[in-house]
Design a protein around this ligand. Sequence first.
Ligand code: SF4
Length: 182
Amino acid sequence: MPARSHHWRTESSQQPGPPPEGIPPQRTPAPLRFALKALVLPFMLLDLVVQKIIQTLSPPPYKITGGCKQRGHCCHYILMQWPPILDKWPWFRAFWLWWHTDIHGFYSRGFDAEGPNGEVVKVMSCRYLQKDGRCGQYPLRPAICRQWPRIEFTSRPHLLKGCGYQILPRNPPPSDDNTISK
Ligand code: SF4
């Protein structure tokens, strides 16, 4: 599990359709959504820069090459940890759901999954994924999308089928092909 964001994604490459009842509408007016995302953007970028600096100073065991082929697999099944505190504090749960669904545009797939340590994770998709695989809010996409595919310090990273990225060991042993690709 990622140490910072508590977000990760499934191996599935299935392309699910929209929920039978339709994608729930966003209730926050579009200009307000835009303003909130624009407001947090500098802080998010600063956080990502700090993470980049840390990774430069202390490189993780794997590195990424290649590029996004806009297949959209990673936007269909977004697994988000459900922290236990959300069950204790209803106001925080309401805020968490509002932020991720109304502002970021994710919506529930209608079922939960279990994380590697037995924790509850919410399975979500994103309403901003376009039919051609492009992101409909690319400049304002959330951090979870900017950090995918994730490189961890302590666990072997993985990619989704058809992903245009490759993950290579930073210091491969001679003549050993440890490339991770799909
Ligand atoms: S915001 Fe963009 S990159 Fe992130 S899940 Fe939605 S469509 Fe994909």
